[in-house]
Ligand binder design. Structure first.
Ligand code: GCW
Length: 680
């Protein structure tokens, strides 16, 4: 590896973030000299060329010429040779890349694998590494590596904070925005191979004949990038648009209707990925409307697709009538169905048992369904972690979940090895795709982790930051620790010590711990905090809801004793008196205050760190990030102040000595309203 010595770089040219991590800014110093001397030239594989191989070659040419600030020339001496039907270890789309004195050989079992390898080589070179020394072998750890869009036909995006949808359904199929191709490029560069184009709160429009040409245009555009198109299927579609009186999955006419739809789709899109389904959850229709099980519903759709595709059935269910602790409901519903799902059904389980909170313990279904293919669903868009502003780098959260030991069948990453990983996308019409520049890192990390869940979050941050902003070591050296701590900062200032779901109602923007009057108990933040004059926290031990019993005994044991456990989950599992002594020696109330303050302080540190990085960043993105950090500083303080004011109204305890009191009284915070908050 070449370690280049950069002096202070002058700020780069104007940038708007559109190029994401694929900027390929010119190499400097030794790395530049090394690549120049290598003098790359691409050697295409023998025989016929697929579009995919053409794209791999074009990407290599584009990236290399950008890194060297000159076009490749035919007489180049450093041959980069592609071999795309080679026998490589691991999955077909895996690859190896080997450098030697004379050139580089890229080998994969598929054209798509060659494309992945091309991006991997460019990443390697972009980071300033020696072309001759390249020695990379990699294979995807799971078959389904996906992004789920919660985009609606009218262009709005549920929980989207980056503008309108990237899909212009109205003007498709004739108009294909350039963004659709650039989106595919970006996805292919991180190994994403499936995209669900519409919201799980699904419109049946996507199953109508009118939408089929639109879907086909996208699928055709993405195919060369190795991306299969999926849609969210509305379970009641046979009734909504099919003219049937029922959507009962065991009704022959219903089954025939879905089969016919599948045939029509496959006639137009031969590699159609399949259906994602949210059923009997938050008001969505499903098989239970007809007294059938989730397995009946999923298997019916699986039969319609046959071996051609996959049904991704979501486990995110909780019911209005059920008094059971919401954290227990998905497990109670699905664990008994283990072994009953067809082979082409994958159950998609959120990382935690409630709902994409800043921190949750891993979902107890992981490991509990050994005879069912499971897939992890993470939220890239930050519904509950600051939405469209500030910095919250989520890879540390995802590696925390992926690495969690389930106590039955290994880690979560091992459990999903035959399924996959999906992220709820954070892309939109914003010029920089994701609203803030740092949200691009979450998209990037989702793909990298789905490809290889053993990657560590700071390495992902480092390679992202170097490609996206500056490879001057001083930049990643400072920005990576900041990114690494950013998610914990959010946890601390929003919901410290295992608290959850304290967000305001509906839009989930800002604090609302006082909300306690909504119709369904589990819609209320007070349901989750259980705060009263004596204490705070949700008792999920045997004396309470016993959600703990859904975990393997060895795992549950670790969370049983509040005095010995990881305090990050303390109030998730325990209701404790305000004076409970925490590990720091501080009483619980003081510890809580301490954590809120720590979160606010961390955000201030982040803003300071960013200011120190000004010399390494172009002025446009420098300013954009600085401004979004201003928002985060305001919001962190607001969360802390509003929360403390509320807890004090409940526990009547004074703030620990030296603590800054909330800026306003509780009534002030309660009166704040944001009816126009985005993403609803
Ligand atoms: O987190 C909740 C969101 C809903 C979402 C739901 C789900 C698409 O608030 O907007 O609906 O999860 O995952 O189905």
């Amino acid at each position: 590896m070449i370690v280049a010595t950069w002096c202070l770089v002058s700020p780069a040219a104007a940038e708007d973030g559109y190029d994401l991590w694929l900027r390929y800014s010119p190499l400097e110093g030794e790395a530049r000299t090394a690549l120049d001397r290598f003098d790359p030239v691409i050697v295409r594989p023998a025989g016929a060329h697929s579009d995919t191989v053409d794209i791999a070659v074009a990407e290599l040419e584009r990236g290399l010429s950008s890194l060297m600030e000159r076009p490749l020339h035919a007489g180049g001496t450093g041959a980069i040779a592609l071999e795309c039907n080679a026998a490589v270890e691991g999955a077909r789309d895996g690859y190896d890349i080997a450098g030697s004195d004379t050139g580089i050989t890229i080998r994969s079992g598929s054209d798509t694998g060659c494309l992945y390898a091309a991006f991997s080589l460019l990443r390697y070179l972009s980071l300033g590494n020696d072309p001759h020394a390249v020695d990379l072998a990699s294979s995807p750890a799971m078959p389904l590596r996906m992004l789920d869009h919660w985009d609606n036909p009218d262009g709005s995006v549920e929980r989207g904070y980056a503008g309108r949808s990237i899909f212009d359904w109205w003007h498709l199929p004739e108009v294909l925005d350039r963004r659709i191709i650039d989106y595919a490029r970006a996805n292919a560069s991180i190994g994403i191979n499936g995209v669900v184009v519409n919201n799980v709160n699904a419109s049946a429009l996507f199953l109508t004949p009118r939408y089929l040409p639109k879907l086909k245009r996208l699928a055709d555009a993405w195919r060369p990038y190795g991306i299969r198109l999926y849609i969210s299927a509305r379970f009641s579609a046979p009734r909504d648009i099919g003219g049937l009186a029922t959507a009962d999955p065991l009704d022959p006419a219903v089954r025939a209707w879905w089969r016919a739809r599948a045939e029509a789709i496959y006639a137009a899109i031969p590699d159609f990925g399949g259906f994602l389904v949210k059923a009997n959850s938050e008001g969505q229709p499903g098989p239970q409307d007809y007294g059938r099980t989730h397995a009946d519903g999923a298997n019916m759709l699986a039969a319609a697709l046959g071996e051609r595709g996959t049904v991704i059935w979501r486990a995110f269910v909780y019911s209005a009538e059920d008094e059971t602790d919401r954290a227990k409901q998905a497990y109670e519903e699905f664990a008994p169905l283990d072994g009953q799902f067809a082979d082409n059904v994958v159950l998609q389980v959120k990382n935690g048992p409630i709902d994409f909170q800043p921190r949750e313990p891993f979902h107890p279904l992981f490991g509990a369904m050994p005879n069912t293919r499971l897939m992890l669903e993470a939220q890239v868009t930050r519904e509950y972690l600051g939405q469209g502003s500030g910095i919250a780098y989520l890879a540390p959260m995802w590696t925390e979940v992926l690495g969690a030991q389930t106590g039955r069948g290994g880690t979560v990453a091992q459990v999903i090895a035959h399924g996959g990983m999906a992220g709820v996308a954070n892309t939109g019409s914003a010029r920089n795709w994701s609203g803030t520049d740092f949200d691009q890192a979450n998209w990037y990390a989702l793909g990298r982790l789905a490809w290889d869940p053993a990657l560590v979050s700071d390495e992902i941050a480092r390679e992202w930051a170097a490609q996206t902003f500056s490879r001057d070591p001083a930049f990643p050296n400072r920005v990576v620790p900041m990114m690494q701590r950013s998610r914990q900062a959010v946890v601390d200032y929003m919901t410290p010590l295992g608290l959850a779901h304290q967000m305001a109602t509906g839009h989930h923007y800002g604090p609302g711990p006082w909300v306690c009057d909504l119709a369904r108990p589990e819609w209320n933040p007070c349901y989750y905090s259980r705060a009263d004059a004596e204490g705070i926290g949700f008792d999920r031990t045997a004396s309470g809801s016993d959600a703990l019993a859904q975990y393997a005994p060895a795992i549950a044991e670790g969370w049983e004793d509040p005095a010995a456990m990881d305090e990050d989950y303390l109030l998730w599992f325990h209701h404790l008196p305000w004076d409970f002594e925490t590990r720091s020696g501080r009483p619980l109330w003081d510890e809580l205050v301490h954590r809120y303050d720590r979160g606010v302080a961390e955000v201030e540190t982040m803003a300071r760190t960013w200011r120190s990085l000004r010399p390494y960043v172009d002025p446009e993105r420098y300013r954009a990030v600085a401004e979004t950090l201003n928002i985060q500083q305001r919001e962190a303080k607001w969360w802390r102040d509003a929360s403390l004011a509320y807890w004090q109204s409940i526990n009547h305890l004074p703030l620990p000595a030296g603590t800054t009191p909330p800026e306003h009284d509780l009534e002030y915070y309660r009166a704040l309203a944001f009816p126009e908050a985005p993403g609803q």
